[in-house]
Design a protein around this ligand. Structure first.
Ligand code: NAG
Ligand code: NAG
Ligand code: NAG
Ligand code: NAG
Ligand code: NAG
Ligand code: NAG
Ligand code: NAG
Ligand code: NAG
Length: 558
């Protein structure tokens, strides 16, 4: 079944929504928004080179020791590896379309190909060093970063093979797929309707908390499994041969899992429809962190109003792929609205000419730059330092060109009419000035060894290094910032009190609440805001890779 869309229907359905978007996406001349003109108009070669440089810093000492990132924690490692695999796809597709960095059209240079080969060997090396035992028994969000990681690597292998007819990675597909299978299996039956009519709880060793990230990941990992998982009949359930000895736990055989199974699609659809019907957005339209269930109740009646950047992003790749699998453009339309809400929440659409207004906190940033609450006061946890990179990576996936000529998978995916594809490309091109503004801001925070800082907005507030903490803004009313204040997890309402949770159950999922490396003491003498708190780390670098990759990819949209 291969269908295309009728643009008239699209326009009718989208009326209103699109009018707002088209208006908001208009690029204002720099003189009406002088603060937007943070840099020259850079060409594709520039962004390609910046992506390589940023990635090289992440993939070199002291952050990468040749086989893994010693300073990070497992779920973040899974995401960093996703970024490497995804950058590989960017470079391979640039070679395919003849706009590789250092090369003229259709003549990929040896150095481009060598880069692809080098980064691929990093992705592979990480397969062997990933601490699968620890992350296997972590929470339900953790497992799903691993699913997305190996599916991204598989997508790269297929893409590279298409372009270069290279056999690179072919022999790895089966083991990558098996790992995705093992980790998807952890969550595949965890959508639980006994509380809140559905959704997946964050961590079974805590009181029930149906949060945005776990559920957005279930949308995105389910639909990515539907589209990209090649099938796996290996029934070995152990994430590693050492698992049984390390945990003294035996596991039942893993059921074989076929490619494009309908259960993946129904999981994704059911998840998103639950998410939508349980109002995860605040008055501004930003996604809030999640819901507790008061003891004795069965509905999600206690909302945590905390807003984080990554919660605005992960659903975007899911919505995009839901369109691909169903042909229902409503998923794309909702995606555009989520993106617009975030752009607006950085102050990007503030009154032309008013620098002062642009500098006000707008919900998730200021001066057009995306910020988490912890960025300016420099008290982000390790987890939170990677959030902005996750946002931009998923925005990047959302914006990939819609297939027009041939479906990705015959009988499974849809293609777009030329008009719909052009409309989608137009939306994403309209985001580009904002994305590049953020990428330039991130690059401007690099220190002399090229390491990107965590607060991208530091440069826009006049670099008054003494008063940076004055830029902290109060968190939303009714919020608990559990990502940065991990100690709250030991208290009500987070702590497991035996109701729908299993504190300390041996060998159980999430026995360990991994809170990451503590803040490192920073030099008191450093006057650089981005050296405060945890300072510049592999996580802040990863966030830099995420935004620069989006600036590069979305800039290549025709
Ligand atoms: C941006 O958000 C503000 C405040 O929520 C709202 O008044 C305004 O209409 C929004 N603008 C756009 C272009 O979405
Ligand atoms: C792209 O920009 C770089 C500098 O940023 C410049 O050296 C290069 O010549 C430009 N390339 C093209 C094709 O315009
Ligand atoms: C990286 O660290 C791991 C674990 O300590 C070690 O096994 C490996 O040999 C190191 N790799 C290099 C290239 O130093
Ligand atoms: C597990 O432990 C047993 C008994 O100590 C040992 O014989 C076996 O080699 C171990 N297996 C692995 C994979 O470490
Ligand atoms: C491993 O599990 C078995 C059966 O549950 C138990 O008898 C044994 O004491 C456990 N061993 C360790 C080292 O925990
Ligand atoms: C969701 O909750 C917010 C904040 O309470 C509210 O402003 C908004 O109207 C609600 N949305 C829906 C669709 O109920
Ligand atoms: C840049 O930051 C990294 C990470 O904190 C640090 O290792 C490096 O020494 C810094 N470079 C300079 C020149 O300060
Ligand atoms: C970070 O610092 C700001 C400003 O001092 C404070 O309001 C906020 O609660 C702190 N956040 C954390 C997680 O400590």
């Amino acid at each position: 079944m291969v269908l295309t869309y009728d643009f008239a229907i699209l326009s009718a359905l989208a009326e209103g929504t699109f009018a707002i978007i088209a208006n908001a996406g208009t690029v204002s001349p720099a003189d009406s928004h002088p603060w937007r003109a943070a840099g020259p108009h850079h060409n594709t070669s520039y962004w390609s080179n910046e992506l390589k440089k940023t990635l090289d810093v992440m993939q070199d000492e002291p952050f990468w020791n040749g086989t893994y990132w010693p300073d990070t924690i497992q779920w973040i490692g899974a995401f960093l590896n996703t970024l490497v695999a995804s950058s590989e796809r960017s470079f391979a597709s640039a070679l395919e379309t003849g706009d590789g960095a250092s090369s003229g059209a259709h003549s990929p240079s040896d150095s481009d190909q060598a880069g692809i080969t080098k980064y691929y060997s990093d992705v592979r090396a990480y397969f062997d060093t990933e601490d699968v035992i620890q992350i296997f028994d972590a929470a339900y969000d953790d497992a799903q970063w691993v699913v997305l990681e190996w599916l991204e690597a598989i997508r790269f292998i297929y893409q590279d093979d298409n372009y270069a007819s290279s056999a690179q990675g072919k022999a790895d597909i089966a083991r990558f797929a098996h790992r995705a299978h093992i980790f998807y299996n952890i969550v595949q039956d965890q959508f639980d309707t006994s509380l809140c009519e559905g959704g997946i709880t964050w961590n079974p060793s805590l009181a029930p908390y149906k949060n945005a990230i776990t559920n957005e990941l279930f949308l995105s990992s389910s639909i990515a499994m539907y589209l990209c998982f090649p099938g796996d009949s290996n029934t070995d359930p152990y994430p590693s041969p050492a698992y049984m000895n390390a945990t003294n736990t035996t596991l039942p055989a893993l059921p074989p899992l076929a490619a494009h199974g309908p259960v993946f699609l129904s999981n994704a659809i059911r998840e998103y429809s639950w998410f939508q019907s349980h109002n995860f957005t605040n008055a501004q339209g930003l996604v809030v962190d999640g819901f507790h269930v008061s003891e004795g109740q069965t509905t999600c009646d206690e909302r945590n109003e905390m807003v984080y950047t990554y919660n605005q992003g992960v659903l975007l790749s899911g919505l995009r792929q839901l369109w691909e699998a169903t042909g229902d453009i409503q998923y794309l339309i909702e995606g555009y609205a989520f993106v617009e809400t975030v752009i607006n929440a950085t102050g990007w659409y503030s009154t032309p000419g008013s620098h002062e207004e642009a500098g006000q906190w707008a919900g998730l940033g200021r001066n057009g730059i995306l910020e988490d609450y912890c960025d300016a006061p420099a008290n982000c946890s390790q987890d939170n330092q990677i959030f902005k990179g996750i946002y931009f990576h998923h925005l990047d996936l959302f914006c990939e060109a819609l297939p027009t000529r041939t479906p990705l998978i015959k009988g499974v995916t849809f293609t777009a009419s030329l008009e719909l594809a052009a409309e989608h490309a137009g939306k994403c091109r309209a985001y580009l000035p904002w994305i590049r503004h953020n990428a330039r801001a991130a690059l401007a925070t690099r220190n002399d060894t090229g390491v990107v800082g965590g607060w991208w907005g530091a440069g826009s507030v006049g670099k008054s290094q003494q008063s940076w903490s004055a830029y902290a803004v109060p968190k939303p009313e009714g919020s608990i910032d559990e990502k940065n204040e991990a100690w709250v997890l030991g208290e009500v309402p987070w702590k497991c009190r035996g109701w729908h949770c299993h504190a300390g159950r041996q060998g159980s999922r999430a026995g360990a609440l991994v809170t990451g490396n503590p803040m490192r003491a920073r030099s008191e003498r450093s006057s650089d805001v981005n050296d405060q708190g945890r300072g510049r780390t592999v996580e802040t670098q990863g966030s830099g890779v995420g935004v620069v990759k989006a600036a590069y990819d979305i800039g290549r949209i025709e």
